[in-house]
Design a protein around this ligand. Sequence first.
Ligand code: C2E
Ligand code: MG
Ligand code: MG
Length: 296
Amino acid sequence: MMMGRALNLSNFVIPNTTSVEAPTQTAPVFNAVRSMMADSAELTRAFENGDLLLHYQPQVDASYCWPKVIGYEALLRWPLPDGSFVPPDRFIPIAENNGLVAALDLWVIASVCDELARVKADGAPRSVGISANVSTAQFGQRSFAKSVADSLTRTGVDPAHLTLEITERTALDRNEVTLRNIQAFREMGVSLSLDDFGTGYSSLLHLKTLPIQEIKLDRSLVSDLPQQQRDAVIVSATIGLASALGLRVIAEGVEVASQANWLRENGCHLIQGFLYGRPAARKRDAITPLPAPANR
Ligand code: C2E
Ligand code: MG
Ligand code: MG
């Protein structure tokens, strides 16, 4: 059973095309709205039915000859009957619009805590952490930090093993509730990571003012390395500054050995990307057979 709070969709009415005629010139807008409302209802139904699931993508420390898995990112998946998935980039905006995203994020965090507790119970030789993505709206909920604390207490998970990935929108949101939540996580010992660094409003100022422990370099900055000189300059300056401030830097979207090699040579040893593993339902299936040292 899902732990999500039921959404009241009774105020959404999906018009029936047989009884409602859309004027010709407004038909495209009308159809788009109708399809958005249908998607919204479908997503809510899928969540309430327990159909959504998590995939895990490994994060590795590539400073060793054989990369070592140091953690995973939990990524939400909406499976369809034909075995394909609706990408989160499509359904998270729907959840943000209909208000479901707060319940989704809490379910993800509770599931990640369950998974961390399972790993601990299985007696894993060394502990790895798991990161969960959190929407800006969630940080604006007064009860957010308390809900996360409840999940940690329920599962007995060490807060140091949980990382919450925040977006730059959250980082810029100076409202009192968001700041209080951020402070509560700091006191609890839950790490915060600034996701998608290098997109949107990126500002090195965040590194100074936010109590974050990690930044994730966005794939758009990494994908043209090492050829793209401007990206190389930006990435290397960011790595230098973040490291000087004592922050961990993870590069996202690393697909080929030349990118990983360049990042390692420039001081970024923590890597997440298809080169080392794609997101998968079982963590051990997420890890790509390690590339031979000669390719690295
Ligand atoms: P993100 O948090 O930046 O997650 C990384 C995305 O990059 C994932 O896409 C992952 O599959 C993809 N990726 C990782 N390595 C590579 C690579 O080497 N090449 C390529 N081409 N892609 C790579 P995904 O799973 O489709 O997620 C997209 C976005 O949806 C996430 O971006 C995140 O913003 C959002 N999202 C996913 N799960 C959740 C969730 O539980 N809650 C919230 N609020 N947002 C979520
Ligand atoms: Mg993320
Ligand atoms: Mg990202």
